[in-house]
Each structure stands twice: as C-alpha cells, then as structure tokens.
Ligand binder design. Structure first.
Ligand code: 2AM
Ligand code: CA
Length: 261
C-alpha cells in the first residue's frame, strides 16, 4: 500500500508542477457554456499519466480530459487510477487561488489510496486504507461541530444551474440553517477542507468520480463521514454526497437539503 500512496502523492505533485508552469501562458477553450479547459489541464494529465505509466504499466487510467494514453487501453487490471488533473479550472483561469490536482487509486470498487495537491499553498493531502489522513505529513482530524447552526458548510452547484432547480432551493435552505455556506470551486479541495476541520460539511449533488474519489477517502480517514443524500453509500456512477465532520452533523445537513417547502 505504501508504494501506491507514495505514487498518488508524487503524481499529484507532478501535475501541480505543470499547473504552476502554465499559470501565465495558458490558452482557454469552452467544453460547453461556462465549462472551461486549458493547456494546463492537458499538461497536468499527461505528466500524471506518464509518471504512473512508468511505475504501473499494467494498471488502468481514467482522467477527466479525454486524450488517448497508453494506460487507458488496458482493460484487464483490477487497479484503476482516477485523475482530475485540474479541479477548479474556472478559478485557475480567473487567478483565484483555489484549485487542485486529485489522484486516487481504486482496486475493484474500493478507493484504496488518494492524494489532493494544492500547488498555490503547497498543501498535499493524502490517505490510504491503511494510513490516516495527512496534510504535508501532519495528521488531520475533522471538526467536532455537531450542530448545523454552528457549522460552516461548503456547497457546490452545477455549472449552468437553473433558477428554479431543487439545487437552488436546497442551497437557500442551507444558507438559512447553517452558520454560513461557501461555494469555493474545487470539489476535491472542499472535501480536504472538511477533513482538515476548516469546514464542517460539504454538499454536492452531481459530481464526477475524479472530483471526489481521493477527497472521499481523505475525509473518512480524518474521522469524517461521506454518504449519499439518503445517508447510504455513495453511487460511484453519479456521486451526490454529504461529507461531514461526524455522523450527527451529516444527518442534519441531509435533512436540510431534503427539505420540502
Ligand atoms: P462549485 O464548487 O463552484 O459549485 C468540481 O470540479 C467543481 O465543478 C465543483 O466544485 C463545482 O464548482 C463545479 N461543478 C460543475 N458541475 C457540477 C455539478 N453538477 N455538481 C456539483 N458541482 C459541479
Ligand atoms: Ca478538471
């Protein structure tokens, strides 16, 4: 396991180096309205892939950016690397310092190791099934907050959120129930902030696996709880989640977003 965790950390840093290198020269294009991708996303994914391919040529690889890479062709291995080479591209493009690289390794249906790297602050979050969550080598512990009225929460909304959607109704109810709510722009880092006790909970309805695989394990290994909106295990095909510092708070967040006006 140690070599896998070590590889997650190295790969995330390798991606982060590319993001730093491209920070003042990238070009941007729209994948769809308000959904951006830059040269930096691709350079980071390539660097992560090349590093992992050298160490684990038989493993499988899925990254957010669709490029043809040797590891993506391997359908045999039970090991699957799941990579978001730049989580928070919109922030990156606007030079708002809240973006990250997320690298996770799944064996079968289980995430066994993960790392999230924030190049701006040089903060590396990591965890494995056999290792507690750490930030730059220091142990992480989620917060002790058990009351939603005392909680600082983070929420994510879909890229082109609709005015009359349940997402908007739910986030309004969170605003009226929690101490406050932030929308920060990188799901992977949001999860790490719950693990670190910088936020007490995080709610998102429709993430992608690469947004949350590493952060999910990091929250759980820091003592936090991650469930779907019903309090059950997450559906990996369509991850909607509540991550919370503890189960007591998680239930209150779920109640708030399942609220019917
Ligand atoms: P937000 O946190 O600013 O709302 C993950 O890469 C980021 O993409 C999320 O942090 C979120 O930004 C945004 N995002 C895009 N589509 C989303 C969706 N359907 N559900 C949740 N977050 C989404
Ligand atoms: Ca991304």
């Amino acid at each position: 396991m140690k070599e896998y965790l070590d590889a997650c950390c190295h790969a995330a840093r390798a991606g982060g180096q590319q993001l730093e290198a491209w920070r003042n020269k990238f070009t941007t294009r729209n994948k769809s309205k308000n959904d951006l991708v830059t040269d930096a996303d691709f350079a980071s994914q390539q660097a992560i892939h090349d590093y992992l391919y050298e160490r684990f040529p038989d493993h499988r690889f899925v990254g957010e950016e669709n490029i043809d890479l040797p590891m993506t062709g391997n359908t045999q291995s039970e090991f699957l690397w799941i990579v978001d080479p730049l989580d928070g591209t919109l922030n990156y493009v606007h030079q708002l310092p809240f973006w990250s690289v997320s690298v996770a390794l799944m064996r079968g249906e289980q995430v066994i190791a993960g790392a999230v790297y924030d190049p701006w602050l040089d903060e590396l979050y990591s965890a494995s099934l056999e290792t507690p969550a750490k930030l730059n080598g220091n142990l992480l512990q989620s917060s002790a907050c058990e009351k939603i009225e005392d909680a600082l929460l983070i929420a994510s909304l879909p890229t082109n959120v609709q005015r009359d959607s349940t997402d908007i109704a739910d986030v309004v109810n969170l605003f009226c129930t929690a101490r406050s709510v932030r929308r920060l722009g990188s799901a992977a880092l949001n999860l790490c902030y719950v693990a670190a006790g910088r936020a007490d909970g995080y709610w998102a309805t429709n993430l992608k696996l690469w947004d949350m695989a590493a952060g999910w394990l990091i929250v759980e290994r820091a003592g936090g709880v991650v469930t779907n909106l019903a309090g059950d295990p997450i559906d990996l095909d369509r991850p909607a989640l509540v991550a919370s510092a503890n189960a007591t708070l998680g239930k209150q967040i779920r109640n708030a977003v399942n609220w019917v006006p």
